[in-house]
Design a protein around this ligand. Structure first.
Ligand code: GRF
Length: 204
């Protein structure tokens, strides 16, 4: 089976990227990272990716914090296309996706989010869960569309909230679950165990 070509985008430390890259190295996921990108040139994810020998790209930051200007997002989409990306994985990418990426890769973009969506979309979902006093939260991998954290859920893992949890302890427990979930979902998409919104194999 030809490996699925992945483009990973992140803005932060990149622990989910590392979990995925390690799973790929173990050979349990029939996929390969062909491009890593970020809107933050100093992000940990780029440093890790560079260290592991993957092609990296940092786009211009532009005038806004929450989104890229269309021409900058178009450049990012071009880089992913030229690398032959079939599935875009948002792993801590902090900008809202707009038309250039959605038009090019719609139905082939997934995101990992630290809550059981539709509960607690948006920023710092683990803090939202603590404030709400829920006994259980978790993480979700979902398809990405124009609604922030609003695309269809692919798979979720539940994580208990424990007495005495702080934001940090809860976030750490959720991240441990994320690091298992994301490689599992990528593997199941690659082997056809999860239906695609838009299957790249049909575009080949
Ligand atoms: C993760 O908690 C993910 O759910 C959220 O951003 C965080 C990224 O963490 N979307 P990392 O950069 O992968 O460590």
């Amino acid at each position: 089976m030809r490996p699925l070509k992945l483009g990973i985008l992140g803005s932060g430390k990149g622990s989910n990227f590392l979990a995925l890259a390690n799973a790929l190295r173990e050979g349990t996921v029939p996929a390969e990272v062909v491009q890593v990108g970020s809107d933050q040139s100093k992000a940990g994810i780029l440093e890790s990716a560079r260290g592991m020998g993957f092609p990296v790209f940092a786009c211009r930051t532009g005038a806004f914090q929450t989104k890229l200007e269309p021409e900058i997002e178009e450049e990012l989409a071009n880089v992913l296309s030229q690398a032959g990306v079939e599935l875009v994985v948002l792993a801590g990418y902090m900008r809202v996706l707009k038309t250039p990426l959605l038009r090019r890769f719609g139905g082939r973009i997934i995101n990992i989010h630290p809550s059981l969506l539709p509960a607690f979309p948006g920023l710092k979902a683990w803090e939202q869960a603590l404030r709400a006093g829920v006994k259980e939260t978790g993480c979700t991998v979902h398809w990405v569309n124009e609604v922030v954290d609003g695309g269809d859920t692919i798979r979720q893992v539940k994580v208990p909230v424990q007495t005495g949890d702080t934001a940090e302890s809860l976030h750490a427990r959720i991240q441990t679950a994320e690091h298992r979930l994301l490689p599992e979902v990528v593997r199941d998409l690659a082997i056809g165990n999860i239906p695609w919104e838009r299957d790249p194999r049909k575009l080949r």
